[in-house]
Design a protein around this ligand. Structure first.
Ligand code: SF4
Length: 80
């Protein structure tokens, strides 16, 4: 199984609400509706739970602005 780290590029997010609808345990929103990756407070430092991989993949593919990013390694602190 591939290890996946994820992070929302908040500057690309248009607050459409889709990712939270598709994967409610993975994405949350601030007061302006801009999404963040919930499991690690959008730091990209904690691997995606295997049980959430399908939901993540759907949200990742359907984000209209491709604001959801993924990597097989942890994101560094200055990314996104
Ligand atoms: S689907 Fe993409 S654009 Fe829409 S709220 Fe989520 S991250 Fe933002």
């Amino acid at each position: 199984m591939t290890i996946v780290y994820a992070k929302v590029d908040r500057e690309m997010c248009i607050a459409c609400g889709l990712c939270q609808m598709l994967a409610p345990t993975l994405f949350s929103y601030d007061a302006d509706g801009i999404a963040s990756y919930q499991p690690d407070s959008n730091t990209g430092s904690v691997p995606l739970d295997a049980a959430q991989q399908v939901a993540f993949k759907i949200a990742y593919r359907r984000c209209p602005t491709h604001a959801i990013t993924r990597s097989d390694q942890p994101f560094s602190a200055d990314q996104g």
